[in-house]
Design a protein around this ligand. Structure first.
Ligand SMILES: Cc1cc2nc3c(=O)[nH]c(=O)nc-3n(C[C@H](O)[C@H](O)[C@H](O)COP(=O)(O)O)c2cc1C
Length: 347
């Protein structure tokens, strides 16, 4: 066997638990992205051998049903649906997924209840959760979660405070009973390989796929990704500790600068007694309502929310999903070959 075939076999061995769990050829998930992860991108990722995930976000059960059916018309391969646990119609959304034989449900945005996990498993689907820390990861596994995503603060969208580098060290050596997928800041196969070697079962990427040919994101959105460097993808800034701001990573723009002024003006109104605390908090939270749609669908990247991970610095061109995935695989294989060569080169 050639060195390349050996290396590819090693890669396949390393991410076999992830592939087996997802039912995919490669253990690369397309992380759910609101407005972006719809039928076209999800089916493209699954058809390319990865695992696409529909972002349900605030969709109604009827709207989700339409998206699932449309995705199934575009791919025979398995894909998942990401549901936000605080959605007021969570149970109905789970019913829709089960009725249409969705194989995997990802529960995001908070700790799910045991009842939701049981309902999904009893309905025949597999259930994936997010672990922001080791203790919570262990608790979720005890509750019946069958796989975990650990997402570092490098990621695009809503983020926790800890980098993937640290989360991986905190969690991968200690959770061995279920597959753990790593996410956040991943733009090359070499990096994915290093986490597989630490015990990860696979990886979840968002930013690279948002900028793919098949992504329905507006041309302006994709162009902003191509122009951006890693340091342009920053987390939202909170001005006052009394008024929490949910940390979201995206490209800094006029909108993020206006958000600071909006917070300052709202704080002033609170201090003057023109707004009570609750009203002021709501006014701060409402600032970003509809802002992701504005950027992704309408292409208003100056004022909308251009959610992006730090891996945005590695987006240099708009490429088809299949090419993005095969490049990641090639990079992982080449990294394995280089390592073998280094190990066997006499000092
Ligand atoms: C534009 C955008 C929207 C996102 N929306 C969601 C979402 O609705 N639900 C979710 O669980 N994660 C969301 N994410 C996070 C992704 O699913 C994924 O975990 C993350 O993008 C991985 O990090 P990366 O961007 O560095 O690849 C979003 C990310 C981006 C870039």
């Amino acid at each position: 066997m050639s060195d390349t075939m050996d290396a590819r076999a090693t890669l396949d061995r390393l991410w076999k638990p992830g592939c087996d769990f997802l039912g995919s050829k490669v253990a690369i998930l397309g992380g759910a992205m609101s407005w972006v992860s719809e039928r076209n991108l999800v089916s493209a990722i699954s058809n390319a051998g990865g695992f696409g995930v529909i972002a349900c976000g605030a969709m109604s059960p009827e709207r989700l049903e339409e998206e699932i059916v449309a995705t199934q018309a575009l791919t025979q391969c398995p894909f998942g649906v990401n549901l936000i646990t605080m959605h007021p119609q969570l149970d109905a959304l789970v019913d829709v997924c089960l009725a249409h034989n969705v194989t995997h449900i990802v529960l995001a945005g908070g700790v799910p209840t045991g009842a939701t996990i049981r309902k999904i498993r009893d309905g025949g689907a597999r259930v994936i959760g997010f672990a922001p820390a080791l203790a919570l990861g262990k608790r979720l596994v005890k509750m019946g979660i069958e796989a975990l995503v650990i997402e570092g603060s490098e990621a695009g969208g809503h983020v926790g405070p800890v980098s993937l580098n640290v989360l991986a060290q905190e969690i991968l050596p200690f959770i061995r009973d279920v597959p753990v997928f790593v996410a956040g800041g991943l733009g090359r196969g070499d990096a994915i390989l290093s986490y597989l070697e630490q015990g990860a079962a696979g990886a979840q990427l968002g930013t690279l796929f948002a900028a793919s040919t098949e992504s329905i994101a507006h041309e302006n959105f994709k162009k902003a990704f191509m122009r951006a460097n890693a340091r342009d993808a920053v987390t939202s800034v909170q001005l006052d500790e009394q008024f929490p701001v949910i940390p979201v990573r995206g490209l800094s723009n006029e909108g993020s600068r206006r958000f600071l002024k909006h917070q300052a003006a709202t704080l002033q109104k609170f201090q003057n007694g023109d707004l009570d605390k609750e009203a002021a908090q709501l006014e701060i939270e409402h600032f970003w309502a509809g802002a992701l749609r504005r950027a992704v669908i309408e292409g208003n990247v100056d004022d909308g929310s251009v959610m992006a991970g730090q891996s945005v610095g590695m987006v240099k061109e708009i490429r088809p999903v299949a090419e993005i995935i095969s490049t990641l695989v090639d990079q992982a294989v080449e990294a394995l070959e280089r390592r073998e060569a280094r190990i066997h080169t006499p000092a």
